[in-house]
Ligand binder design. Sequence first.
Ligand code: ADP
Ligand code: MG
Length: 475
Amino acid sequence: MSGTAQSVWNNCLEFIKDNIQPQAYKTWFEPIVAVKLTDKALSIQVPSKFFYEWLEEHYVKILKVALTKELGDKAKLVYIIRMENTYGNKQPFTEKIPSSNRGALKSQDIDVPLNNKSPELRNPFVIPGIRNVKIESQLNPNYSFENFLEGDSNRLARSAGLAVASKPGGTSFNPLLIFGGVGLGKTHLAHAIGVDIKDKYPEKTVLYISAEKFTQQYIDSVKKNNRNDFIHFYQLIDVLIIDDVQFLSGKTGTQDVFFHIFNHLHQNGKQVVLTSDKAPVDMQDIEQRLLSRFKWGLSAELQNPDFETRVSILKNKLYRDGVDMPEDIIEYVAKNIKSNVRELEGAIISLIAQSSFNKKEITLELARVIVEKFVKNTKREVSIDYIQKVVSDYFQMDIDTLQSKTRKRHIVQARQLAMFFAKKFTKASLASIGSQIGKRDHATVLHACKTVDNLSSTDKQFRKYVEDISKKLSV
Ligand code: ADP
Ligand code: MG
């Protein structure tokens, strides 16, 4: 009855796929790689320790059923967790967990070798009594979890945030990296985590700081010759929240000092929360050793909220401001402002302001005027769907063909062009572009972008394609 690891796993997947939500399947099962099958033990490789914990927490039953169906009662599941290792050790970290042994599993500590050989930071002096210095958290209490409305677009990030807040430093989401485009709630969520921790653990030192301010402080400390004090201060913090880490790109001095602070905090079980406008794979001019640390924990994306979430965000905001607004107007605003939450809030605030300044009633007509202004002002971002449509129209094929697995040259080229323009005209990550254009991975998208660059400088016909499509996309 048994086969190769791959075929056994494929059968399990088929069963699992039928029994869980498609989105969950995509998120939690597609990234798994079956590695080997020995006796009745199937080894699967998962991308991170977080992944393993999530599977065990939510899918252990179905995994067990699927595996038992395939391999019988003695079936075992072995997780292999691939760890990034910056010290040249290419061995993946392996953790063997018998999935039938559920009791022992919960309490089992996975000793992930994160810290071995990390450069030890030597502090030449200790400031006596510094523990008594009260560190202001710099948190905004309005940015709470309560006010952070949940939707499909933010569910993973929000629940990871809640998990971190209830056990700072005690989950594998360390660091927790929240990424996403402007106005999607990164800063809000980062504060919410801090606010919640302060609430639950008043004795913990929490600090929120933007990467920009952090950089400024560091530069000052170098000027004033007290770099060590700077480092020391940050090493005292229990929960360090750094907003917009993309700001560190190209700033090697600050990256270096942050690297040391990060290591110290992490080794001591302190929590680090980061936000960024890009996923780690898309970050540029950030040192590799730092990037690989960003990936140690969990990277969770904030996406554009869907219509329902936009409506509930608006309603919550109006409720908090004590403003009544007819349902159809709320829906009108939510339907027409899709770019991000900040814009959405901006539109509703200006609607309220207009109506109260001019003593006008809030009508659909007024809403139309204001929404129109907003939509005009924000340069319309083309969507990946739109790009695929324009490119496939241009080559007179349909989108399914563009996305298909075929290797026919003109189709491959069309697909590569779509990827290239998606990278150029949207803020989407390579990975998300790939998944939207025919379910490819980020490396494929990267390759496509390079190919288009090369071809447009060597091939005249191809350059014309690029120019034509560019024009169509930028009207
Ligand atoms: P970013 O840091 O990603 O640019 P912000 O955190 O500043 O975005 O969010 C922009 C605005 O949108 C803030 O006023 C924030 O409170 C609001 N916001 C974002 N997401 C949500 C949400 N899920 N629920 C309620 N308000 C949100
Ligand atoms: Mg922000």
